[in-house]
Write a protein that binds this ligand. Structure first.
Ligand code: F6R
Length: 604
């Protein structure tokens, strides 16, 4: 959600900024812009088109060695050039790129208007360069500090002064920003993927800190502008593949990486049949856990539901799965013996971060599962375990979900082993089955023709139902989210038994219904439910792992490899991801960058 990249060095800033912005495209945006300095003048170009179209805009600009680039995801004010960043002050002395939301911008606008400032955009951001101008007394860093002291809300900022092409100021609060350190060049970026082409030496700016970037040095300052040392870390780029590698879309590439992702996550935590988690939670503390809370958003929350299933079943600890945007505002009931698990692919989701802060403030034991190392959640959490999905670029999460489900399953079994309530042999069986999962995922992937055929049948439909009981319902939720977020077809996930309490009214002739049926115990119930919707005209696809699923109850049955029932989501989810993908391709939509969505939801 919004992206910042900044450069100061010896190379052509436009080239670096465009490359960086392209890498940040995946976060989601609806306009973009670049500012460089030449001969004490800003050269600013903005567009509501894709980043590629900036290339022609900047063709005639003079080469510069300093600049700021931005991708905007509209919050305050519509999508138009005047609202796109960078923004300048009235006197055109300072230029700013901003991620986040300034909550008190109306008040600040009034204050500035009283002092004669005028506003040309509808954004909250435009107050910032004008406040810097108001506060400027010969020192940009001090003016920035005075300005951010007046701001309420969240921000990551890159700032330049027109007549000083030797300095970029950066600061942040509750919105990510990293500093890249190179040879005679330095960078700022919302996330390090934007600058990895140039350097893997990264310094993390913490909340309320400042950085002053010159071509050959970076100085860090705390909130009171005392100089401080910040460790510069080498980011391991081994798993950071951000190219399409011959696939038409990132989403397709990432779905096809499900098997390798599963294997990497398993290999990291399941070593010679033994689970190993390097976390600070003693066996005694595990035995004493009263409740587990899993807090996450969207797809990560759906992965958390799988965790609820496994953990409750094998540890008998009650698990409450909560959407972060609800948890943070409900004054959650947390006991000193509770344990909170946060799940986040990006590690930058604003609501999840706020919940983590709340849990930390209350001194409650917690652990996070993240995919992006050095992300905010990674750095803030007392305990972290990692999904090994590598870079996930498509906005719709696919391989990260599979990794999250595997990791929460492994962790659930770990807790169960420590609690010792459950038959060890059954737990070992699940672990053995998990080892077979990567190959089984690969088998499911290879049946893509089946999913293409089905996608062709539903691509022009208005509504699609996703139905299941137990674990199958959790998969239905995620399958439904995948379809609606990228194909814009309305879809709905319902617990199959609940359908007749209302939603069945929507089933009519030829309504597509995708049923997950993986539980032997619930097979009869599921078949009865299928008959009920067939009687009302539904066109039913069944995804099942049960060899003896009757062949005559549905319009189409896709038989997936047999699997331990506790792990079925790891297989049933694959066709659902591919069906959503193919439907979206059929509709000619932008698969990797669906409208209105952002990869990192860094504002609440
Ligand atoms: C959907 C999707 C989102 C994210 C959600 C949480 O495909 O990607 O629902 O799962 O925004 O993001 P993270 O996991 O980065 O906290």
């Amino acid at each position: 959600m919004c992206g910042i990249v900044g450069y100061i060095g010896e190379n052509n800033a436009n080239d670096v900024l465009l490359t960086g912005l392209k890498k940040l495209e995946y976060r989601g945006y609806d306009s973009c812009g670049i500012a460089t300095i030449y001969n004490d003048k800003f050269q600013i170009h903005k567009t509501t088109n894709r980043i590629d179209s900036l290339v022609s805009c900047i063709q005639d600009t003079e080469k510069s060695n300093i600049g700021l680039g931005h991708t905007r995801w509209a919050t305050h004010g519509g999508v138009c050039e005047k609202n796109a960043h960078p923004h300048t002050d009235n006197k055109d002395k300072f230029v700013v790129v901003h991620n986040g939301i300034i909550e008190n911008y109306i008040e600040l606008k009034e204050l500035l208007k009283d002092k004669g400032y005028e506003f040309y955009s509808d954004t909250d951001t435009e107050v910032i360069p004008n406040l810097i101008d108001l506060n400027y007394d010969g020192n940009l860093l001090e003016a920035t500090k005075k300005t951010v002291d007046m701001l309420e809300g969240s921000y990551a900022l890159g700032i330049m002064k027109k007549d000083n092409p030797n300095e970029i100021i950066a600061t942040r609060k509750n919105s990510p920003l990293v500093i890249g350190v190179g040879e005679n060049e330095n960078f700022i970026a919302s996330d390090y993927s934007a600058i990895l082409k140039y350097t893997n030496k990264i310094g993390i700016l913490e909340n309320d800190e400042f950085a002053v970037l010159k071509k050959d040095e970076v100085s860090f300052y705390d909130k009171d502008l005392n100089k401080k040392d910040v460790a510069i870390k080498n980011i391991d780029t081994k798993d950071f593949d951000v190219e399409k590698n011959g696939y038409e879309h990132f989403m397709l590439k990432e779905i096809n990486e499900n098997s390798i992702t599963a294997k990497k996550t398993l290999d990291t935590y399941l070593i010679n049949g033994k689970l190993k988690f390097d976390i600070n939670l003693s066996d005694e503390e595990i035995k004493n856990i009263k409740h587990i809370h899993i807090v996450a958003c969207g797809t990560a929350m759906h992965a958390g539901l799988n965790g609820k299933y496994i953990i409750e079943k094998f540890t008998r600890i009650p698990v409450n799965v909560e959407v972060a945007s609800e948890f943070r505002y409900k004054n959650p009931i947390l006991d000193k013996d509770d344990f909170v698990i946060f799940i986040s692919q990006s590690g930058e989701t604003a609501d999840t971060i706020a919940c983590l802060q709340l849990v930390k403030d209350r001194n409650i034991k917690h652990m996070s599962m993240v995919n992006v190392k050095e992300s905010t959640i990674d750095r803030m959490s007392d305990n972290v375990i990692y999904t090994k999905a590598g870079a996930e670029i498509a906005v719709a999460s696919t391989k990260a979900y599979i990794a999250q489900v595997i990791l929460i399953d492994l962790f659930g079994i770990y807790l169960a082993q420590k609690r010792g309530l459950y038959d060890d042999e059954e737990l070992n069986n699940i672990l053995r089955s998990l080892i077979e999962i990567p190959n089984k995922i690969q088998e499911v992937l290879e049946e893509d023709k089946e999913y293409i055929d089905y996608a062709n049948k539903i691509s022009n439909k208005r509504d699609v139902f996703y139905l299941g009981r137990g674990l199958d319902y959790y998969v239905a939720l995620e399958g439904s989210l995948k379809l609606k977020e990228i194909s814009y077809i309305h879809s709905e996930a319902t617990q199959f038994g609940e359908l007749k309490h209302g939603p069945i009214a929507l089933i009519e002739d030829d309504t597509p219904a995708i049923v997950m049926a993986t539980s032997k115990n619930l097979l009869d119930k599921t078949i009865s439910n299928i008959k009920e919707i067939k009687a009302r005209g539904a066109n039913v696809l069944v995804l099942t792992t049960l060899k003896d699923f009757p062949s005559n109850v549905a319009d189409k049955i896709i038989l997936l490899p047999e699997v331990n029932e506790n792990l079925s989501p790891l297989l049933t989810m694959i066709p659902l991801q591919l069906i959503a993908y193919h439907v979206t391709v059929n509709k000619g939509l932008d698969v990797d960058k669906p409208r209105n969505l952002a990869k990192s939801v860094t504002v609440e």
